[in-house]
Design a protein. Structure first.
Length: 100
């Protein structure tokens, strides 16, 4: 068990050192959002799978990097929030986390 943890840690370190600052920033931002949204799904397994499979594409389509660079801009926050949360949808195309 300890060997697996050590190997996992080494792989993680290697991956991080070969990634750019933007890659690391994207990973941290995506995982933070993912954990929060999955928690919001509670026991809905379809919701959890939608989050996992759609989050990266939704971050790109909602321009997450522009949002991070302009976090103090209220309009940018509103734009990102609306686009991102409306993007994660169920099989019928209905958003899980956004109601207009």
């Amino acid at each position: 068990m300890r060997i697996n943890k050590t190997i996992s840690s080494l792989v993680f370190i290697i991956l991080l050192t070969s990634c750019s600052d933007t890659d690391i920033e994207e990973l941290v931002f995506r995982k933070t959002l993912e954990y929060s949204l999955i928690d919001s799904c509670e026991d809905d397994e379809e919701c959890k799978e939608a989050v996992k499979s759609q989050i990266q594409e939704c971050m790109v389509s909602s321009n997450w990097l522009k949002f991070l660079k302009n976090q103090d801009d209220e309009n940018e926050l509103d734009t990102f929030t609306e686009k991102f949360y409306a993007c994660i949808v169920d099989g019928d195309g209905n958003p899980y986390f956004y109601t207009p």
